[in-house]
Every structure is written in structure tokens, then in C-alpha cells.
Design a protein around this ligand. Structure first.
Ligand code: MN
Length: 230
């Protein structure tokens, strides 16, 4: 029987694969919170007492290759968080750390935009984080580099500049949980599937951005990402 949609189905979320015609179809967007000690401390937590944790963003918050994005409503404290994004190409549950990297399709550079004022209120009231984290256009990412293009070095530089001024600068080896550990832990709670993206947490130096700011970020070995807030 022919499918009869009640209305046009939502558009797919597709991220270009660098150096090919392929498009990576996004299924889910997971994020790791407080995965760099320096950022945990600037958020007022003790990285030795509170391990990283997971939250998620809606699939259609992804903005492939960045560009102009509208400044989100209902915030006076929008902050940038540059992050290594892992693109999953092979699914599974309870994936052992030793196999985890076989499940990676590729990597990208992303920004986990955060309405910090709303997130802080939610933390104080023990409310969920959606209002602070899940807004439209809140997850721009670069094109995806497949593994054949090389993975970022363990100590690759991760950086972000606002209007040319460096705000975040760290190295991937400063992550509390590395990529294999993240995949292992996340796949204990959810069955991972091809198309999942995992934002792996941000280093220290997050700061407030305003309309008109040009945000550039990158990770050595991966494509850069530029976003302008309109
Ligand atoms: Mn983040």
C-alpha cells in the first residue's frame, strides 16, 4: 500500500563527507558533558568528584558546514563550546573499548552552542537541559573526515576564535574520557547505529558571544568551521 503522509515528512539532516560526493545521514546527536577538567572547573564542578555524563540534542539542530545562523531567542548569555565530533558508521550495544574505534566512520569539528543562562537555571532547579542545549541551529559542524583521510592525532590542537581572538585552545589528550571510552560507555545506555554523532565535550575558555560575532574553530587534521551569528 502506498504511504500517505499526513503532511510532508521532516527533511533529512545530511552532513557532507569531505573529499567525496557522499552525505552522512544523521540519526541522533549525543553529547558528553564536562569531559575536560578545565571546563568542569570553570562550570563550578570538581572534575575529580564528578565524572563526565551524557545528554542529547535534536537531530535538526545540526547545521552542516556552519555559515550564517540566526542568534537564538530567549538568551542573554549564548556561549560557544568547540568539540571533536565522532561520526558513528557501525552500530552496536555494549561495545568493548578495544573494538570501539572500528565503529567510527569519521570525525568533524563542531560547536555545542549553549544558552548558558537557561542551562544554569535548569541546573539550579534540577530541570532537564533542553532549553539550554537543544535550540534550533545549536549544533553547527564541519564536513566529516573519514578515517581514510586520517584521524586527528591524540594530542591534536583544538581551538576556537571569536572575531580573530583566541578563546579556546587545548589538546584532545586533555579529554577525561577518550573516544573509545565514550563509545563504550554510551553504548551501555543506548544501542548505537550508523548516523549517530557524538559531541565529545569542550575544553576550557567558553565565553559569551553576541549577534554579529564571527566564530572560527578547528582541530588539527580536520576541516575548520566558521559560523556567523545573525
Ligand atoms: Mn558541550
Amino acid at each position: 500500500m502506498k504511504k500517505a503522509y499526513a503532511f510532508s515528512p521532516p527533511t533529512e539532516t545530511l552532513v557532507p563527507v569531505v573529499g567525496s560526493e557522499a552525505l552522512f545521514p544523521v540519526r541522533r546527536v549525543y553529547c558528553v558533558g564536562r569531559n575536560y577538567a578545565e571546563h568542569a572547573r570553570e562550570m563550578g564542578s570538581d572534575p575529580h568528584r564528578e565524572p563526565p555524563f551524557f545528554f542529547s540534542k535534536p537531530r535538526d539542530a545540526i547545521v552542516a558546514r556552519g555559515g550564517d545562523i540566526p542568534f537564538p531567542p530567549a538568551t542573554t548569555n549564548l556561549q560557544h563550546e568547540v568539540e571533536l565530533v565522532v561520526a558513528i558508521g557501525k552500530g552496536g550495544a555494549d561495545i568493548p573499548e578495544t573494538d570501539a574505534l572500528d565503529h567510527v566512520y569519521g570525525y568533524a569539528t563542531g560547536i555545542d552552542f549553549t544558552r548558558r543562562d537557561l542551562q544554569t537555571q535548569a541546573r539550579e532547579k534540577c530541570h532537564p537541559w533542553e532549553l539550554g542545549k537543544g535550540m534550533d541551529f545549536g549544533a553547527p559542524i564541519s564536513g566529516i573526515f573519514t578515517l581514510s583521510g586520517g584521524s586527528p592525532a591524540r594530542d591534536a590542537l583544538i581551538w576556537l576564535k571569536v572575531n580573530g581572538e583566541t578563546r579556546q585552545s587545548s589538546r584532545l589528550n586533555q579529554m577525561t574520557w577518550n573516544v573509545a571510552e565514550i563509545i563504550n560507555r554510551l553504548s551501555h545506555f543506548f544501542v548505537l547505529a550508523p548516523g549517530d554523532l557524538i559531541f565529545t565535550g569542550t575544553p576550557g575558555g567558553v565565553s559569551t558571544v553576541v549577534r554579529g560575532d564571527v566564530i572560527r574553530c578547528g582541530i588539527d587534521g580536520l576541516p575548520d568551521l566558521t559560523v556567523t551569528l545573525r
